[in-house]
Write a protein that binds this ligand. Structure first.
Ligand code: SF4
Length: 280
């Protein structure tokens, strides 16, 4: 067993909150830069230029890339040989969010109850997904999620007979329905299979995969490429103002499912697709 103190977790989370909101990961930056060259519309190219400038200013001046600094979503892999000392891991993560969002001057966007809607004032609680894995490390991934694009996400409980074509059509339809509201160019996370909640988690996790990295399942990789092509033919374009680059990537995760079902979740992210990881 290896001892890991909760204060280490809190400090790491605080830093992740700030870093993820001030700078995009290099794969996202490169994707935006490459997309500017691919974009055929003049106005679209101009918008990509503005997105690049926005990223540069945020990085140089240590300010958030977007005013919506998101709800703090975490994927945490806890090694089964890790021994957390000094308190609860969830409390440690929430304390890191509280400190990060306060000291980083990040907008506090969380209400404590979905209907009473009183802001908690510190962006807690976070949404935390745990996995128990082999080893004695703790790997923490943060993905702060803006709700312009979150609100455009969809779940479809398709029939097995709908097949691959039905899945592809559902993904493209979700993007068309989202249109400009999801702050394109988007990254489209897709979960296929599992149960109702499992496919949503697969889709959310797919957004943390590097842009440009494909599924290692050959037919899924082909689907990712084909659906991206279809999405970029919709004409929605950067900023929703028309153009040839509506999405930067389609990342699909799959899982086993029941003989009677074909669940599909489409979790849409805007061009501010933030994610950062650290291993303790
Ligand atoms: S959807 Fe993304 S770009 Fe749009 S306001 Fe929210 S975080 Fe910002």
């Amino acid at each position: 067993m290896r001892d890991i103190s909760v204060s280490e977790i809190t400090n790491a989370v605080k830093k992740l909150c700030i870093d993820a909101n001030y700078t995009l990961s290099s794969d996202m930056e490169e994707a935006i830069c490459n997309a500017k060259n691919q974009e055929k519309s003049g106005l679209g190219k101009q918008i990509f230029g503005q997105l690049e400038e926005n990223l540069r200013i945020a990085k140089e001046e240590n300010i958030p890339i977007c005013q919506d600094t998101g709800m703090a979503v975490f994927f945490i892999n806890v090694g089964q040989e890790a021994h957390i000392v000094g308190g609860s891991i969830s409390d440690a993560v929430n304390e890191g969010v509280r400190l990060g969002y306060t000291e980083g001057y990040l907008r506090k966007s969380v209400v404590g109850d979905p209907l009473l809607r009183v802001n908690t004032g510190d962006n807690t609680p976070a949404v935390i997904h745990y996995d128990i894995v082999p080893g004695d490390n703790i790997e923490i991934t943060i993905a702060p999620k803006g709700f312009g694009s979150e609100n455009m996400s969809k779940i479809y409980m398709l029939k097995p007979a709908d097949g691959e074509e039905g899945v592809k059509n559902a993904i493209v339809q979700a993007v068309k329905d989202a249109g400009p509201n999801a702050c394109p160019p988007m990254v489209v996370g897709v979960g296929i299979g599992g149960t109702f909640e499992k496919c949503a988690l697969l889709a959310k996790k797919a957004l943390t995969r590097k842009v440009g990295e494909h599924s290692n399942i050959p037919y899924v990789k082909e689907m990712e490429e084909e659906v991206l092509g279809r999405i970029n033919k919709t004409g929605i374009g950067p900023g929703g103002l028309g153009g040839t680059v509506t999405a930067l990537a389609v990342n699909i995760n799959t899982y086993a499912t029941h003989i009677a079902g074909l669940p599909v979740a489409v979790n849409i992210c805007c061009h501010v697709n933030r994610h950062r990881s650290i291993t303790i």
